[in-house]
Design a protein around this ligand. Structure first.
Ligand code: TPP
Length: 593
């Protein structure tokens, strides 16, 4: 029996096990929305902006490991998801985006709401396709899910013209697909693994450097085993957080621009780097020619194009991270080394790293007048018993959360790493909460980022999603203000936000609980009340607008050249200059006290 393209769409989603679709309708996708709303087992979450839909799908995908699904209309519906696609592309998030397109006979005519969806999305998708014939739709969907979730995951876009959604065809859903030229490697080369194991046994100052690839590959157990049998310390990129417990004695936390002093020093002095699903991003390496100058490099990645892309690798291993680490752990165990001897050989290195940590730990000074953002995150970490899914936005609060919320499980840290998308955090938290309605989901955000997608408050209210929004309200684009303080003589161009909405009233307007903490003493009671609250809640916590995030490797600086505190001249530049009048005004009225 022949069925419509819209029915083929729903049936295909069912075959892929899709339970939730995030989207917003429009003219050319009305047939699909019409059929979708009649499905009992696929829920449609109507977002209030298509960007919200894309980030919700990302949050869902990051938290579950399954593909997130988006459905939007042509023209502006599609262009509104471009940021989400680019974000997913940079962070290797499996996403399948369905966009409506004008009817095939109108394509190229500048028809109403026509956009070149395939052309626009080409640089920010792993694969995209315009389906011109309803007979090809089921296969296109099967391929889309396969490509999005296999190898190095990423976003795929399927563009469906209006007449394809209404035309009919037999429904034939393939069991599996084979694509010429696309065969992601799983096992690593045995020879390379043997060489790597021998290097590991020899190394005196090794480091394991873990990226987001380890999270997608579910390699947490294998990383722990590798670290423990070899007694090698582990550092994680912003995307890799959660793949090794942050509280483990061998964890050095995050590295790079805002990584720990001890972590970056350890990287700088390492004689062997085991890079696991990481891509040597510039926020990690700083000045490339000064990065890890003494290290031999083993680089494990499923994506061969990531290896040697920015940094050399002495032993490249292409394969699925989890599988390769399993093979590696077997190889290490079978080598003649004696674990006790290995541990004593590592002792001086671990002591050196520990000394760096002792002399330069993360610090901040909390008084009783103004709340420091670090204090809020530390409290949150303590009050949640370290167990929450944390979605963040982008800015200082994101870095403070990465430093102080030491997550212990993969897929519990959802952040926009590669693209650094303000506005990601709140919809991502909604997507994760949709996937796990009974788990604690926190959105750590700040007023700049939050205002980029706050319209989605209504989705949290409507779907009774109990996301806990912790809004670190410093009244400024803090990270921009920090750079202006440090590199632009404190000229605060467009970083002081001025007029601010009343976030508690705003929450109320959307039917969500709102709480406020103006002083340090109010922080703990507000967090406790907010965390106890059954439904969604927005906690507006006023924090110090002038707190800076350290350590910091200035852009282009070498890894070991970190700033650890405000430079003495900052006090002078803050007091002088053209910005002063504006700062005074802001301090009197608009900025939180
Ligand atoms: C969509 C987008 N626009 C601009 C930027 C550049 N940017 C990076 S951090 C930042 C300020 C973030 O301010 P806020 O969300 O208030 O966080 P805070 O730094 O104060 O914690 C800006 C504007 C960005 N990352 N994303």
């Amino acid at each position: 029996m022949k069925i419509t393209g819209a029915e083929i769409f729903c049936e295909s989603l069912r075959r892929e096990g899709v339970k939730t679709v995030f989207g917003l309708p429009g003219g050319v996708v009305l047939k699909i929305f019409d059929v979708l709303c009649q499905q009992k087992d696929i829920e449609l979450v109507l977002t209030r902006h298509e960007q919200g839909a894309a980030h919700m799908a990302e949050g869902y995908a990051k938290a579950t490991g399954k593909a997130g699904v988006v459905l939007v209309t042509s023209g502006p519906g599609m262009t509104n998801i471009v940021t989400g696609l680019a974000d997913a592309y940079m962070d290797s998030v499996p996403l399948v985006a369905f966009t409506g397109q004008v009817s095939t006979d109108l394509i190229g005519n500048d028809a109403f709401q026509e956009a070149d969806n395939v052309g626009i999305s080409r640089p920010c998708t792993k694969h995209n396709v315009l389906v011109k014939d309803v007979k090809d739709l089921a296969l296109a969907i099967k391929e889309a899910f396969y490509i999005a979730t296999s190898g190095r995951p990423g976003p795929v876009l399927v563009d469906i013209p209006k007449d394809v959604s209404t035309a009919k065809a037999e429904f034939i859903y393939p069991d599996k697909v084979t694509l010429r030229g696309y065969n992601p490697a799983v096992d690593g080369s045995k020879n390379q693994i043997k060489l790597a194991a021998e290097e590991i046994m020899k190394a005196k100052k090794p480091m394991i450097y873990v990226g987001g690839g380890a999270v997608f590959s579910d390699a947490a157990d294998e990383i722990k085993e590798l670290a423990e049998i070899t007694q090698i310390p582990v550092t994680m990129t912003l995307m890799g957080l959660g793949s090794f417990p942050g509280t483990h004695p061998l964890s050095l936390g995050m590295l790079g621009m805002h990584g720990g002093y001890w972590t970056n020093m350890a990287m700088h002095h390492a004689d062997l780097l085991i890079a696991v699903g990481a891509r040597f991003d510039d926020r990690v390496t700083g000045k490339l020619d000064a990065f890890c100058p003494e290290a031999r490099v083993i680089h494990i990645d499923i994506d061969p194009t990531s290896i040697k892309k920015t940094f050399h690798a002495h032993i490249p291993i292409v394969g699925d991270v989890k599988t390769v680490l399993r093979q590696m752990n077997v190889a290490l165990r079978s080598l003649d080394g004696n674990p006790k001897e290995m541990q004593s050989r590592r002792a001086p290195w671990l002591k050196q790293v520990g000394d760096w940590r002792k002399t330069h730990p993360l610090t901040y000074k909390q008084d009783d007048k103004i709340t420091k953002p670090q204090y809020v995150i530390e409290k949150l970490f303590e009050l949640t018993n370290h167990d929450a899914i944390v979605a963040t936005d982008v800015g200082q609060h994101q870095m403070f959360a990465a430093q102080y919320f030491k997550g212990s499980r993969p897929r519990t840290w959802l952040t926009s790493g590669g693209l650094g998308t303000m506005g990601f955090g709140f919809p991502a938290a909604i997507g994760a909460q949709k996937a796990f309605p009974d788990r604690l989901v926190l959105c750590i955000t700040s007023e700049g980022s939050f205002q980029m997608n706050l319209q989605e408050l209504v989705v949290a209210a409507e779907h009774k999603l109990p996301v806990k929004i912790v809004l670190l309200n410093n009244g400024v684009h803090g990270m921009v203000r920090q750079w202006q303080d440090l590199f632009y003589e404190s000229r605060y161009s467009a970083s002081l936000l001025g007029k601010m909405p009343d976030f508690v009233k705003l929450a109320d307007a959307y039917g969500i609980a709102g709480l406020r903490a103006l002083k340090p003493a109010e922080v703990e009671p507000v967090l406790k009340e907010g965390l106890k609250h059954k439904g969604p809640v927005l906690m507006d916590i006023h924090t110090d607008p002038f707190e800076n995030c350290y350590p910091m490797i200035p852009a282009g600086g070498a890894q070991h050249e970190m700033m650890l505190e405000d430079p003495p001249e900052l006090e002078i530049t803050r007091k002088g200059g053209s910005h002063k009048r504006k700062v005074d005004e802001e301090e009197k009225g608009v900025l939180p006290a």
